[in-house]
Design a protein around this ligand. Structure first.
Ligand SMILES: *Cc1c(COP(=O)(O)O)cnc(C)c1O
Length: 419
């Protein structure tokens, strides 16, 4: 998967011309600045709007307008049936259709999953996670520990990179899990770390966690729609993600949840329940006594957020026109090109940054994180003034995420030329 890259605009334009996924860009609105499309490299934070989104939303508004409550059954996409959406989401994360549900938002879902899958007992009560995880994940873990009567940070085992390194080595993750084997109740990590862009080896980590007798959960906020996943085959116990980053489903869009079928088939697993998770055949009998339906859907609480799900569906229908492996092949080239251009500039002393994302493309998604050494914020502000939308993370990191769905090689070239 190496391509002889060239540092020139005509080269970038030529690769765009030959890129079979290039037409997808046309399905999205690209914001403009002074009449020119911006260079949008922030799909890891909020993905762009598909041109079809408003029609999908409009359909639901029309159905509500003309059918009111009957829309639950008579809408074009009957509101009480959202399963078609779940199986599209399942395709993206490598799950069986019944293993995925779309509901709530990410942090809410992380709590719901920990209610069911963080089962501290005796000496085995700790949660192992990566150091510097996204704050919401840290707070969720902290409050779950407190909820069960344990102390934070005492109940957390945080993985830290080796001295002088920025990312975790798989062998160190595996060794830490083994070393604490009798204390860990749950391993809960990101799939791709939001800060460094490191893609963890989910399969190997899951095996290590299970060998230690722990359950395995992942926060895939930065992985879903970014890298191919095989959650079912890897035997991950649960996973959660959001739909507004790489999945382009709009601000605050609905979250996704994966529960492996080995748990989903067990309707006796304790959970925080609501009527929408009840067995469909008895849901509307309105009787006491919760009976979970099988699969991830048994964790639903409320009836569907129809408007938000319509936007999600608009995006997933575009994902259905390609595959994650196809997107990944382009992504490897696109991010490879970005890395190549940055390295040339660093080598020529035109740029004082360090790329802290792993060099090995198996250990990253589309994002590169650039550690700025001097004038970082100034450099970032200059980029913004010149029509580049990237992401600044305190104290000194610029995150650049060229997404294969709508970014071009020319975007990448223009960004580096401006640096
Ligand atoms: C984006 C992100 C979140 C955001 O959580 P919400 O509940 O959707 O606000 C949480 N965790 C990680 C790792 C993220 O990247």
């Amino acid at each position: 998967m190496k391509m002889p890259f060239e540092n020139s605009l005509p080269f970038a334009q030529q690769v765009d011309k030959e890129d079979t996924l290039a037409p997808f860009r046309n399905q999205y609105f690209i914001p403009e600045k002074e009449g020119k499309p911006i260079v949008y490299l922030c799909g890891n934070s909020l993905g762009l709007q598909p041109k079809t989104t408003s029609a999908y939303l409009q359909q639901e508004l029309e159905d509500w307008k003309s059918h009111a409550v009957e829309g639950h059954f008579e809408a074009k996409n009957p509101w009480f049936k959202s399963q078609h959406l779940f199986s599209k989401a399942a395709d993206i994360v490598g799950a069986l259709p019944g293993e995925v549900v779309v509901m709530n938002t990410l942090t809410v879902n992380l709590h719901l999953m920990m209610v069911s899958f963080y089962k501290p007992q005796g000496k085995r009560y700790k949660i192992l996670m990566e150091g510097g995880a996204f704050p919401s994940d840290q707070y969720a873990v902290e409050s779950q520990l407190n909820f069960h009567g344990y102390n934070y940070p005492e109940g957390v085992i945080e993985l830290k990179p080796r001295e002088g390194e920025f990312t975790l080595r798989t062998e160190d993750i595996v060794n830490s899990i083994a070393q604490h084997a009798d204390e860990i109740a749950l391993v809960m990590m990101g799939g791709v770390n939001y800060y460094t862009g490191q893609l963890y080896d989910l399969k190997t980590i899951t095996e290590a966690g299970h060998k230690a007798g722990a359950l395995m959960g992942f926060d895939l906020a930065h992985a879903a729609g970014n890298v191919p996943l095989q959650l079912h085959n890897w035997e991950v116990d649960f996973a959660v993600w959001c739909s507004y980053k790489y999945l382009n489903s709009g601000p605050g869009g609905p979250g996704g949840v994966f529960v492996h079928e080995k748990h989903g088939n067990n309707t006796n697993i304790v959970r925080f329940a609501g009527w929408w998770g009840n067995d469909e055949s008895t849901r509307f009998l309105m009787q006491p006594g919760f009976k979970a339906q099988k699969g991830a859907a048994g964790w639903q609480l409320s009836n569907a957020q129809v408007l938000a799900m319509a936007a999600h569906k608009a995006s997933l229908d575009i994902f259905s026109q390609t595959t994650m492996p196809q997107l990944r092949s382009k992504s490897l080239l696109l991010t490879g090109f970005l890395e190549f251009l940055l390295k040339e500039k660093i080598k020529n002393h035109q740029l004082d940054i360090k790329i802290i994302t792993p060099e090995n493309s198996d250990e990253r998604g589309c994002q590169l994180s650039l550690l700025t050494r001097s004038n970082g914020k100034k450099m970032f502000d200059k980029l913004t003034a010149n029509g580049v939308v990237a992401d600044w993370r305190e104290p000194n990191v610029i995150r650049i995420a060229p997404t294969p769905m709508y970014n071009t090689f020319e975007d990448v070239y223009r960004f580096v030329a401006l640096l």
